[in-house]
Design a protein around this ligand. Sequence first.
Ligand SMILES: *Cc1c(COP(=O)(O)O)cnc(C)c1O
Length: 390
Amino acid sequence: MSPNRAPQTIAAANGIATDSAFGAVAPPIYLSSSYTFEGFGRARAYDYSRAGNPTRDVLADTIAQLEGGAGAVVVSSGMAAIDLVLSLLETGDLIVAPHDCYAGTQRLLQARQAKRQVEVVFVDQSDGPALAAALARSPALVLIESPSNPLMRVVDIQAIAAAARSAGARTVVDNTFLSPAGQQPIKLGADLVVHSTTKYLNGHSDVVGGVVVAADQADVAALASWANVTGVTSSPFDAYLTLRGIRTLFARVERQQRTAGLIAEFLHGHPAVPKVWYPGLPTHPGHGIAKAQQSGFGAMLSFELTGGVEGVSRFVHALELFVLAESLGGVESLVAHPATMTHASMSPEARHAAGISDSLLRLSVGLESEADLLADLARGLEAISITALS
Ligand SMILES: *Cc1c(COP(=O)(O)O)cnc(C)c1O
């Protein structure tokens, strides 16, 4: 595809009408595990689907173009994507990770550290001196998550990637919360981008998948080789569904983040909501950086309620549209209580240190009518004030 096409066009049209067998408009799904040789000693482009698969390759090429990378490797989950990045390291290499990183990532890094495969230091990357001290230890890899989960902390990707480069480290950005429709870390200096494609890229809550995008072709080759060695490549069917999801990525994200902005404003002014975390609010500490490095503010937000755990319970119970579930980025709106759900594996002290109170709720805003979603939240808030009066 010509290199100057807009990302919206890449998402909608990459791989369309390229089928040479029957002229299929949608790229066909190739489920076959193996491929015939053309003749003795004459291999074709594909031989075995763990190593390479045409359906998976269209998806990889599409995501690589959307992120502005040299190539991508599509794997079976977001965790597999992050673990695949670790295959670029040597034993004992140091990783600098955010203190508030995704809980599964924290578990993975700590488990690999316990096996003495890597060293890990968790730092608040918005704390300049703390980050500088970690970089002075000559890390091999710096992991960034921005915006972070669940408080939507935003860090300056360009500045951290430049500092990491000076320290001799690669930078990898987990871009799951925004998708390439909201942020392109390679353009900001990152070497690698990972996604849980389970979230916005697939967008329909029916696939668990992941991808690693690399800016450098040599990294793409090394990652593809390791993915084949360890067998973490995704199934063709999951790749097919994820590509189908990406067709509407920009339309979904545009609409979802517009509704999220309206919800953030609504909650921000409500007496039962002491705090709202959404990068689109001018009061958000990361608003300025988000405005500079993102192309949208995303459709994730979190907020605190009055009334303690009882208030949270009343609120969630009164909701009819927001479904109480983990995960994010789908067409349906979800509400999660980090303290008892996504962040339950953290100790209460660690949660407190990360700023995650028992009154905090996180929303993933979907594609339902904004009026219906606002009415649903109003219903929840109403249920709290009834409690307060009784
Ligand atoms: C969900 C998620 C992951 C893990 O992805 P899976 O597909 O569940 O393995 C990693 N990072 C972030 C930010 C996530 O939201």
